[in-house]
Structures are given as structure tokens and as C-alpha cells.
Design a protein around this ligand. Sequence first.
Ligand SMILES: [Zn+2]
Length: 266
Amino acid sequence: MVIDFHTHTFPDQMAEKTIAYMEQKGNIKAFIDAKRSTLLRSMSDNGVDMSVVLPIATKPEQEQTINRLSERLNGQDDIVYAGAIHPDCADVEGTLDYIKSIGLFGIKLHPDYQGINFDDERVVELIRQATRRGLYVITHAGMDVAFPDDIHCTPDMVLSVLKQLDGVADNKLILAHMGSYDAPDEVLEKLCGLPVYMDTAAVLDLHPEKCAAIIKKHGADKVLFATDSPWFSQRAYIDLLSSMPLSDDEKEMIFYRNALDILKLG
Ligand SMILES: [Zn+2]
């Protein structure tokens, strides 16, 4: 079984424009278009049993539209959604209550696209309120190709947030891109072994040996298989993780067991 814990889709009418904009901004090329139907085809072609879509509210005004759509689609066709919330949201508690009430398992933050540092007190409070409600918090971590000179979630910021939260968010925080995009040595030094999950999105092909080292040091029980589709191929990422020098037990945890646990489907 395979669960892809980090994917993005956009409504059909805006998928093409959004991806074209992001391709230009990040100087990257998407592997597939970002339509939900295309993700479904990729899943069935490549043996992905379930995908988790992580929508991002880049402005507080977008939250409601995004979350309403996620409420309608969540769980259909083996695609589940995280809630969208912006740290500048006027009613953080109300929005989190709503996200919880519609049955979503967590929220996605993207400090770069949301124009805020991860260790800002608004983010810390948001994480405190979310985890108090049993919601997981997924954040983009490390450099984003669209903002290469201004990193809004560094390993040091993660350390500061964990310290400020003093155990409140333990095992509820999911750091995308293996803890910090394109900074595996810093992750090995500072983040491995902490009570956080890491996902493999966008980095498995970047430095597979470093990823394997991080998994070994951090523990496979805290790593989630993820691609960041539409940016990367689900097939290629399955092959990459499968070929890593890990035990079958470790691979099963990463491919689906940890995800089932988080999604309360195990
Ligand atoms: Zn992503």
C-alpha cells in the first residue's frame, strides 16, 4: 500500500494558470497538471492508494472557499484534504473549530507564501490552538524555490517553536521536505530524533543518500512518503524509496503505516 502524504491540486478552471505562474516564479517544471482528475489518473497508473492534498491559503480571505471545497471532496476517491488557514486570520479559533468539525485531520502552513516566519508568535499560537484540537500541523520547511533568498522556516526556527510550545505539539508537527528543503546536513545535525514527522516531498531525488541517512537517524516511524505532486512523479518517488537501503518494515512505515495512523484509518 502507498499513501502520498503531500500533493497539490487546484480547481480545473485555475489549475493551468496557477501552475504556469508557479513554474515561472520557481523556474521549475511540473510533472503533471494540477487537476484533481490528473492526480487520480497518476494514482491509478502508479499504484498510489491514497493521496493527501495540502491546500494553502495565501490570504485569509481564501480560507473559506478552499475549506468549503475540501469539505465537499474530502475522502472521495481516496483523496483526503488538510485544512487551509492563514496566520493573519481574524478568527483563528473559529476557523480551526470549523476545520475540525468538517473532519479534516490537520492544517497546512506555508510561511513563505503566507509572508510570516515560522517562529512568529502568531504561528506559535496557531500551532498551539490547532494541536489542542487534535489537528496535525504540516508546514513547508526550508528554502522554497520561489523565494530562494528568504527562508521562512529554518531548522533553528523549528527548534525555537518546539521550545516555546514545550511539548504541546509533540508528534503533531509535520515538516515537509525532509525537515528542511535542500539542507540535509543541518537536518541531520539539528532535527533528527525530535518528536516531529518529516515528509519526503520534493527531496527524494535531490539527494537520496542524505534522505536515507536522515531516515536512519530520525527513525522511519516519523517519516511519511510524499511527492509534492504535481511537481514530481509518484512513480519515480515510489521507485526511489523502494530502492533505499531500508528494511521492509521501515519502508512499510514510510509508505503507509505512519500515514494511516495520522489519518486515523489504521
Ligand atoms: Zn508542497
